[in-house]
Write a protein of this length. Structure first.
Length: 554
């Protein structure tokens, strides 16, 4: 049986230990340097662990199968070398299959055992729980002995202990994309090299100056990695343009001195004739002094089509909220007939030294572009459909919230029992810091159990702060005034929620769970409120709900 592998090359020589390349280089057309997966993808590519498609794309949004992921994991941990000979170890793994070396070595080392039907199923998508097991075993992590919970919980706990699990809310049974798989494997590799903090900062768009200057040399080395894998039977089409930006656009923190993700987007089509893009105009709801310029970008390849400065003439009452530009004839973008063009609007935010300020709201009111038909010579205005998401400027952002306590456990009576533990990771400009100020948990409690004396503390600390339960229905647990314990440093902040628990004798229906139930938005309160020491924010980016706590049952 053969499995398509358009992504990877078959390099099986042992890897040599050296400093990893963590940089914002754009090695692939469909991987924007500001995406969370970019740092991991580029790290693995620079080390020869992965390659992209022949057209220069990586395909970060496409699912990855079990054979492909196993190869990434084995090469990341340097557990494959040319001395191993391919063999047949599963009925569906033949000795001449490109992946047999990796699968059979992994089986011999006890990393994989196959499915209950006795087959390996290399063609099936790899799930998050399977990926955690593979990586923790090939990197020789200590796997805790847990007697309850999901079968993957011990592997998750082993990964979470070293903060190498995915810093997003994701189910164990979620099939991984190529981007997420690279991000996960890169975290294990970076941790083994003592460079995990640098990788996490890079995932949030914060690269060191030395890594930025090495960008061009890395690109050259990537081009020299000639693929040596067997002939590909079938190659999927290139990934969609949506992988370059978050589309449709959603609310973002606009970090000072950086370019943003999409703050608005627009799709246009020239019917029956080739057209030229000649101008664009954007109006905001309010003046944003921290906004330098807006950029109109081709979502397909990330090319900046035009830069929109703020209007300077005062003939419009809202000129301070108006950004517009026209393109000279020689630079006008030609739009083929009847082919949609996806355009993205992004913001270039001023740095602190250039009048940048935190906690300013930015929201597009109107957004339109104008085209000129080459045949009909008609000028057409193309307005984007409102409303558009709101955004806020900041010195940094919370980039991940996750549960690090077990997914499930047995509820028992006790004083000062640990109810749930959550890890907060962030990214912040040099000289600034982030502090969690307020956390609100949705409490789910049933059956014969009473809980009192709630408090929260940094994991391992003796200093704690009391929390309160809502007086109305008792469903909300609020922990406020966390400034003395809630500051994020170079590593993640891990907060542990404690309580006194009393379980009624012989109860069979008791349960307890506290969840971070809402990410919030610029206009609504979420479960986590924080400060960058200048602005105060009541929401975080990412999925909503951010994460669930440990579920306690008999």
């Amino acid at each position: 049986m053969r499995v398509t592998l358009p992504l990877l090359s078959l390099l099986v020589l042992p890897l040599t230990a050296f400093a990893l390349t963590i940089q914002p280089a754009t090695l692939f057309l469909d991987v924007r340097s500001s995406s969370p997966e970019a740092a991991g993808i580029h790290l693995l590519a620079a080390d020869g662990i992965v390659n992209g498609y022949s057209d220069g794309r990586f395909g970060p949004t496409r699912q990855i199968n079990r054979a492909e992921f196993l190869k990434i994991a084995m090469k990341s941990a340097s557990t494959i070398s040319s001395e191993f000979a391919p063999e047949t170890c599963f009925p569906d793994v033949k000795s001449d299959d490109w992946f047999s070396l990796f699968v059979c070595t992994a089986k011999a080392k006890g990393v994989v055992r196959g499915r209950p039907d006795g087959l390996f199923h290399p063609e099936q998508p790899v799930q998050y729980d399977e990926a955690l097991k593979i990586l923790t075993l090939v990197f020789d992590y200590t796997i805790p002995a847990l007697t309850s919970g999901d079968w993957a919980e011990p592997y998750y706990r082993a990964a979470a202990t070293k903060s190498v699990d995915l810093p997003i809310t994701i189910r164990f049974d979620t099939p991984l994309t190529r981007g997420l798989a690279a991000r996960l494997a890169a975290a294990f590799l970076a941790e083994s090299a003592g460079q995990l903090p640098a990788l996490r900062l890079a995932e949030a768009g914060q690269y060191s100056r030395s890594s930025e200057t090495s960008s061009s040399s890395s690109s050259s080395s990537e081009a020299s990695l000639a693929p040596t894998a067997p002939t590909v039977l079938a190659q999927p089409p290139p990934p969609s343009s949506a992988s370059l930006f978050t589309l449709p656009s959603v609310s973002h923190f606009l970090v000072l001195g950086q370019r943003s993700d999409a703050i608005a987007n627009l799709s246009i089509t020239s019917r029956g004739e080739t057209a030229r893009l000649v101008s664009a105009q954007v109006k905001l709801f309010s003046e944003v002094t921290a906004l330098d310029t807006l950029e109109l970008v081709n979502a397909l390849d990330g090319t900046v089509v035009m830069t929109l400065p703020r209007r300077t003439t005062t003939d419009l009452s809202d000129y301070k909220m108006t950004y517009e530009a026209q393109i000279d004839l020689a630079d006008q973008l030609r739009i083929p007939a009847d082919k949609p063009l996806q355009l993205v609007l992004r913001a270039k935010i001023r740095s602190i030294d250039n009048n940048g300020a935190s906690e300013q709201f930015l929201q597009v009111r109107t957004f339109s572009v104008t085209t000129y038909g080459e045949t009909t010579q008609n000028t057409i205005n193309h307005p984007a459909v409102a409303p558009f998401p709101a955004h806020q400027t900041s010195f940094g952002r919370i980039v991940g919230v996750q549960r690090v306590s077990p997914e499930r456990s047995t509820i028992l009576s006790g004083t000062g029992s640990s109810v749930s533990t959550f890890s907060f990771s962030g990214s912040v400009l040099a000289g600034k810091s982030l502090t969690i100020e307020h956390v609100a948990f949705q409490m789910l409690k049933t059956g014969g159990v009473t809980v009192s004396n709630w408090r929260i503390r940094p994991q391992g600390s003796q200093m704690s702060i009391p929390c309160t339960v809502s007086q109305t229905d008792g469903s909300v647990l609020t922990c406020t005034n966390l400034g003395s314990i809630g500051t994020l440093g170079a590593s993640s902040l891990v907060l542990e929620v404690l309580a006194d628990i009393a379980v009624f004798p012989s109860t069979t229906s008791a349960s307890l769970e506290i969840d971070l139930a809402s990410g919030g938005s610029p206009s609504s309160f979420g479960s986590v409120q924080w400060t960058d020491q200048s602005g105060h924010f009541r929401w975080i980016e990412g999925p909503s709900p951010p994460t669930k706590g440990t579920k306690w049952q008999p």
